[in-house]
Design a protein around this ligand. Structure first.
Ligand code: VGL
Length: 178
């Protein structure tokens, strides 16, 4: 069984949001187009309390139950079976979707008999990378869909470097032609 995990595709990470990924909005259409190719589509959300040590490193973003933490309207979010909420503590936590606190992602994937995990979403060099590396370590056959992710690129080519490092750790990198 194969699942698509959409990482942190939330308004605050899109242009105009609190911590924008410059081209974050270009991944929405490709994600909508590929969703039907998977047995299961799930998502993670950054879901921070108003005060967290995480905001010593980053601008405040994705505060739980605020509009910035929502999926963009353009995303076919009705196809998402379950959303895993992470970064819910007060420390600098929740980079990997496996850190979700509302449910155990690892157990959930095992229960659903998922062997192949495809990862899309934001941001490539931060939460996508952290999630993909943990999935790979946990033994899932892990693929990152490069055209369905986008990077913050605080330093030029942070995204390219991250894709390269993921590839070197055994994660498959593919693109979609949709
Ligand atoms: C993320 C920076 C800070 C992400 C989360 O979802 O990639 N990036 N918090």
């Amino acid at each position: 069984m194969k699942a698509l995990l959409i990482v942190d595709l939330q308004k605050d990470f899109l242009p105009g949001g609190a911590l924008p990924v410059p081209e974050g909005d270009r991944i929405i259409k490709p994600i909508n187009k590929i969703m039907d190719q998977f047995d299961l589509v799930i998502a993670s959300k950054d879901w921070h309390p108003p005060k967290s040590r995480h905001f010593e490193k980053w601008p405040r973003h994705c505060i739980m139950e605020t509009p910035g933490a929502e999926f963009p309207e353009e995303l076919d979010s009705d196809k998402i079976k379950k959303t895993f909420l992470k970064g819910t503590g007060k420390k600098d936590d929740g980079y990997s979707a496996f850190d979700a606190t509302n449910a155990n992602l690892h157990k959930y994937l095992k229960k659903k008999k998922i062997e192949y995990l495809y990862i899309a979403g934001l941001a490539t060099e931060v939460c996508v990378k952290s999630t993909a590396e943990e999935a790979n370590r946990k033994g899932f056959d892990t693929t990152v869909i490069s055209t369905a992710t986008a990077g913050i690129n605080q330093k030029p080519d942070d995204e390219g470097k991250a894709l390269h490092e993921m590839f070197r750790s055994g994660i498959r990198i593919i693109d979609t032609h949709v």
